[in-house]
Design a protein around this ligand. Structure first.
Ligand SMILES: O=c1ccn([C@H]2C[C@H](O)[C@@H](CO)O2)c(=O)[nH]1
Ligand SMILES: [Zn+2]
Length: 132
């Protein structure tokens, strides 16, 4: 799939953002191995730390439907350059993104980069660290 198409899906997803505090809308669109698209938006809370970012919303929707194989995820916000996921999202992405999963970071002006989880979170804690 053309990254621009997945970015468009992420922009559509951002329209559902619940952002009464920051007013900063973010959208994500996740393409799974069986070619389904899951959408996510950021969902804020009066207890600010409970906010769920757009990319985690999309990931949790997919996993809760049994879809854990991700080909690509696009994340879009109204940032100067491509958006940069927070640390919590990088760790959650690292749980489900393989080395070939395309992580497409974009802004609404159309700038984007395609990266991977090892670039976004080198040395992440993972399930292999739990093995003795
Ligand atoms: O990659 C990002 C970066 C930020 N946010 C959200 C969290 C919060 O609602 C708002 C401001 O940080 O943007 C996301 O959803 N994804
Ligand atoms: Zn985040």
């Amino acid at each position: 799939m053309d990254p621009k198409q997945l970015i468009e899906e992420a922009i559509l997803a951002s329209k559902q953002a619940y952002v009464p505090y920051s007013k900063f809308t973010v959208g994500a669109a996740l393409l799974t191995a069986d070619h389904k698209i899951y959408h996510g938006c950021n969902i804020e809370n009066a207890s600010y730390g409970l906010t769920n970012c757009a990319e985690r919303t999309a990931i949790f929707k997919a996993v809760s439907e049994g879809d854990k194989h991700f080909l690509a995820i696009a994340v879009v916000g109204d940032t100067d350059g491509p958006i940069s996921p927070c640390g919590a999202c990088r760790q959650v992405l690292s749980e489900f993104c393989g080395k070939d999963t395309q992580i497409i970071l974009a802004n609404i002006k159309g700038d984007f980069v395609i990266t991977t989880i090892s670039e976004l979170l080198p040395g992440s804690f993972s399930s292999k660290d739990l093995q003795k």
